[in-house]
Design a protein around this ligand. Structure first.
Ligand SMILES: *Cc1c(COP(=O)(O)O)cnc(C)c1O
Length: 207
C-alpha cells in the first residue's frame, strides 16, 4: 500500500512524504486494528463517533484519529474530545457548534470542509457552487481550515471530482486534499491528494 502510494507520488513528481495514508478502520475487528498498529500504522479514519469511541479510547496513545463520516451537532462535544481531525464540516450549524465547543474545551481540532462534488442528494458535503462562501463563513467564525475532502460518485470516473476539489482548494488558499479510497487512491495521489482514506484494500472487507 505505502509502496503504491509512493510510486503514484513519484509518477506525479511529488514526494511520497507529502501523502498520508489514513487507514479506515470502521467495522473492522480488533485483531486487524491491533495488527495494523503493530505494523506501525498511526493514522486512522472512522465514520461514526460512537463506534470510534469504543474502538479507540483504549488505543488512543500515539494515534492520529480522523472523523470521515457525517457529524451531527449533538455529537460535537464527543467528536472534539476524541478526534484530531474532522473532515466532514459541511454546514453552518455544524461549523458554529464546532467553533463553540473548541473554545469551550480549549481544544484545537484540525478541520476539513467536505464538498459534494457530484452534487448527490444522498451525500453529505457542501455544493461546489456554495463552497467558497461556506469556507469564508467558517473563517468568519474563527475556524482555521486545513483542507477539503470529497467522495466522488460511485461508478463515475473520479478524475473530474478530484480536479474540482483541487481547484476549490487552490482558489481558497487551502493546501490539503483528502481524496482517494481503495478503488482510486493512486489516481487521487496523481491529482494532488495529501491524504488517502483506504479501508478494504488495506484490511480486507468489512464484516
Ligand atoms: C469507508 C470509507 C472509506 C474507505 O473506503 P474503502 O473503499 O474501503 O477504501 C473512505 N472514505 C470514507 C468517507 C468512508 O466512509
Amino acid at each position: 500500500m505505502l509502496n503504491r502510494i509512493a510510486e503514484a507520488a513519484r509518477d506525479a513528481g511529488r514526494s511520497p512524504d507529502d501523502v498520508t495514508l489514513v487507514a479506515v478502520s470502521k467495522q473492522q475487528p480488533d485483531e486487524k486494528i491491533d495488527a495494523m498498529l503493530a505494523a506501525g500504522q498511526r493514522v486512522f479514519g472512522e465514520n461514526r463517533v460512537q463506534e470510534a469511541m469504543g474502538r479507540w479510547i483504549p488505543r488512543r496513545e500515539g494515534v492520529e484519529l480522523r472523523l470521515i463520516g457525517p457529524l451531527q451537532t449533538n455529537k460535537v462535544r464527543e467528536a472534539v474530545a476524541l478526534f484530531d481531525v474532522i473532515e466532514t464540516v459541511d454546514r453552518q450549524k455544524l461549523a458554529e457548534a464546532l467553533a463553540r465547543e473548541m473554545v469551550r474545551s480549549d481544544t484545537a481540532v484540525r478541520l476539513y470542509v467536505q464538498v459534494n462534488t457530484g452534487e448527490e442528494p444522498q451525500k453529505a458535503g457542501v455544493a461546489p457552487a456554495a463552497a467558497d462562501a461556506f469556507i469564508a463563513g467558517c473563517r468568519g467564525l474563527g475556524l482555521t481550515l486545513e483542507g477539503l475532502m470529497c467522495i466522488p460518485p460511485d461508478g463515475e470516473p473520479p478524475e473530474p471530482h478530484f480536479g474540482m476539489l483541487a481547484d476549490i482548494a487552490a482558489r481558497n488558499g487551502l493546501t490539503k486534499l483528502s481524496m482517494g479510497m481503495s478503488a482510486d487512491y493512486p489516481v487521487a495521489v496523481r491529482l494532488g491528494a495529501t491524504s488517502v482514506r483506504v479501508g478494504s484494500a488495506l484490511f480486507g472487507g468489512r464484516g
